[in-house]
Design a protein around this ligand. Sequence first.
Ligand code: THU
Length: 136
Amino acid sequence: MTEPSDQQLIDAAIAASQHAYMPYSNYRVGAALLTADGQVYGGCNIESVSFTPTVCAERAAVFKAVSEGERAFSAIAVVTRDAGSPCGVCRQMMYEFAPDLRVILADLNGNVHLVTTLRELLPHGFGPMHLDESES
Ligand code: THU
């Protein structure tokens, strides 16, 4: 299987964004998460009238993938109208599985605004390695 290009990943994120449920913010987000073996999982933001339960597109994609048995990820494309950056909660959740994740930020027209890494977005992150050692 050939690895999808950044542009294909962005297209998958745009397709996922069509399913966004965002009646309160009107801020559409789509994500496409690439696994180490070339599978793509889409995600969109899903809002709640009580606000707190709202799930971002990035976490929707991570939850879909992990619940299908995936744990290794190489890249994520995120699309919004202004190529907005993943929120702190999503950065932390992605760091759990893929601290070296490549992060592609694009707008809803498919224009790339930034290609970076999760380590850039979450420097000195708290990860599973911190809980590896038993208490002494
Ligand atoms: N949102 C995301 O889906 N991803 C982010 O990283 C930033 C915020 C969503 C949550 C909410 O539905 C809307 O964007 C406005 O905050």
